[in-house]
Write a protein that binds this ligand. Structure first.
Ligand code: GDP
Ligand code: MG
Length: 356
């Protein structure tokens, strides 16, 4: 699952990405600001930590998310917009967008459009996403208008798609997102391969000065969720030795680093849940979309386990922790035997029984 950081230049994307990666133990080289940067980060999960303490396995595996940082854009003129377009394909291939906008004041960093206005920056970005989608839709409308004039075997399908694309075109021209024009599951399927930008989930990061961190983030357009982070403070935390970070956070009066909060928030915004497996070999968090059935979750581990699925012995993490171990959870009646269609919940600790 990929999360793309996007936003105007100098909003703090690159140092935020580097800090997020660095705090997780991997280094990002920022020497080429015109290139995208990439980091795979472990999703911090105290439940995995707890399981690992109990079982002392050979291997501990956390869920992972990939973050990519796109070069900051400058949409003030056509040349800048063309430049920004070069990175839309990478953004399209991401599951979620993390617009990073500036609220921090720092006279040494020139402000984009000579203003520090996070809401206006988000408005501009949203308009640009709609515009990028409109361009794609317009190209498709032109193509299909041509092809429906010829008696090809695909003519009926093309006609249907053309009607849908024209509806999308009208919606986008009215500055409304693609989702508002899509009416059926079949239509949704039809447009999936376009990976429209206005369909992506967004979480706005308002890059703030330390003094602003206590204030709620400003109200964003379209009710978009937003959180404040100080990229600068995250950078400082990442530079500390791991064993000094907790004390630094305590000094700031916070319990979890914004990094951890951010990663969790992305996970939730993408509608992902983790189920957990344990054993002497490995304790592990697995990532599945919310709504995943037990048999599909089993398939995530191995197709054989899905094929030979018998049952999923399941206990909610909190119940397991309260009981102390699996045996006690079974005795307490909180360990359940679930079938193929059971919908996996976040934090389920599962042992799959199967037979192949
Ligand atoms: N004072 C301050 N400066 C920041 C903050 N975040 C980024 N900067 C500075 O802004 C400049 C641009 O940061 P960078 O991460 O490269 O921005 P990008 O263009 O969005 O990738 C750098 O000089 C950073 O040190 C912040 O939270 N506070
Ligand atoms: Mg950058």
């Amino acid at each position: 699952m990929r999360v793309a950081l996007i936003g105007p230049r100098q909003s703090g994307k690159s140092i935020l990405l580097a800090a997020v990666a660095e705090a997780g133990g991997s280094h990002v080289d920022l020497s080429r600001p015109d290139q995208p940067h990439r980091a795979v980060v472990k999703v911090p999960d105290p439940r995995v930590d707890w399981l690992a303490e109990q079982y002392r396995p050979k291997k501990v595996t956390y869920a992972e998310l990939e973050f990519v940082d796109t070069p900051g854009y400058d949409l003030r003129d056509e040349a800048g917009r063309q430049h920004a377009k070069a990175h839309w394909p990478l953004v399209r291939q991401s599951h979620m967008l993390l617009p990073v906008v500036r609220a921090f004041d720092d006279a040494t960093v020139p402000a984009y459009r000579d203003r520090v206005d996070p809401v206006a920056d988000v408005e501009e970005l949203l308009a640009e996403l709609l515009f990028a989608d409109l361009e794609q839709v317009t190209n498709r409308v032109e193509k299909l208008s041509e092809s429906v004039r010829k008696p090809t075997p695909r003519r009926n399908e093309d006609q249907r798609e053309l009607e849908l694309m024209q509806r999308l075109q009208q919606t986008l021209e009215a500055e409304r997102p693609v989702a508002e024009a899509v009416r059926t599951d079949a239509e949704e399927k039809l447009i999936r391969s376009f990976a429209f930008l206005s369909l992506k989930s967004l979480l706005v990061v308002v890059n703030s000065s330390e003094a602003q961190l206590d204030d709620p983030p400003p109200e964003m357009p379209a009710g978009l969720p937003a959180m404040r982070i100080s990229a600068k403070i995250e950078e400082e935390i990442a530079e500390l030795p791991a064993d000094e970070r907790a004390a630094f956070l305590a000094d700031l009066g916070v319990s979890a680093s914004a990094r951890d909060v951010l990663i969790r928030a992305c996970y939730e915004r993408m509608n992902l849940v983790s189920f957990l497996t344990y054993g002497e070999d490995e304790c592990r968090a697995w990532t599945v979309p919310a709504g995943t059935r037990a048999v599909e979750a089993a398939g995530e581990i191995h197709s054989d386990i899905a094929r030979g699925f018998i049952r999923a012995e399941t206990v909610a993490f909190d119940d397991l922790q309260a009981a102390g171990d699996i045996k006690s959870a079974r005795a307490a009646g909180t360990l359940r035997l679930e079938g193929k269609d059971y919908v996996v919940a976040d934090g389920d600790v599962i042992t799959f029984r199967f037979n192949v």
